[in-house]
Write a protein that binds this ligand. Sequence first.
Ligand SMILES: Nc1ncnc2c1ncn2[C@@H]1O[C@H](COP(=O)(O)OP(=O)(O)OP(=O)(O)O)[C@@H](O)[C@H]1O
Length: 285
Amino acid sequence: MSSPAPPSPDRPPPLPQQGPPPPDRPGGTPALSVRGLVRVFGRPGDPSAKTAVDRVDLDVPRGSFFGLVGRNGAGKTTLLSMATGLLRPTAGTVRVAGADVWREPRRAKQLMGVLPDGVHLFDRLTGRQLVTYSGLLRGMDRATVAERTEDLLRAMDLLGDAGTQVQDYSAGMTKKIALAGALIHAPSLLVLDEPFESVDPVSAANIRAILHGFVDGGGTVVVSSHVMDLVQRMCDYVAVLDRGRVLAAGTVDEVRAGASLEDRFVDLVGGRADGGEGLSWLRPE
Ligand SMILES: Nc1ncnc2c1ncn2[C@@H]1O[C@H](COP(=O)(O)OP(=O)(O)OP(=O)(O)O)[C@@H](O)[C@H]1O
């Protein structure tokens, strides 16, 4: 679906979307449902084994903008990798709109668009080729792929660099082209690991507007982030992950309970570090 509307930083061209299912606030089949999810790195029982995700249950309501927050090493990437079928769980189940990601991967993956952490792309391709390739891999017809590719390049402000190989893109441009590839088949669920990392503020605002438009059209977005302020402003649901466990989950207002999400987060995960008091030697002469 191409757009006649002129692009602007606040309102970029609408992206291809599926027929708009009404936002299905709690009660219906969740867009993403995780039960008893565990991932152990190393041999279970081995003292050096690491439980990165520890018996996580989580429901992401359809039509929600869901933030997953946690400290470095909390288990966000591991959780999202399992949720999207990129990493096999040690135990537990993941369902996308009811489809089991590991038992019905084709059905589940057709519903999902994924921006993994530290994306590994076919970076000898140009940006335009990469997005085109993403659509063709999804079995879409060439004409639709060509039309949507141009829409997405425009929406990501990458038309001018569409002929450049992705290996020559900056980190932020790489994020944006990977996001374009994740959107081309008009998924109903988008799972984005740190989508704003390395992205400049104008592009970030543009991407946020695209994602809000996607949610307004009935899609569901899950993003991981360290930036509490951003999650508080952007998301309507949030889960706080720490040491592989969910410490709190619900609407952003429920979780922050009258405080800022950042203060609540720091309370939940156990307070601030000593602010460098152990680094008394770190004093310029
Ligand atoms: N392949 C792996 N082998 C061994 N341990 C791993 C592996 N991947 C992740 N881990 C460990 O699992 C834990 C969770 O890592 P993960 O990358 O999921 O955290 P994260 O919340 O995404 O962190 P960050 O915000 O820093 O990206 C960490 O202790 C990490 O060292």
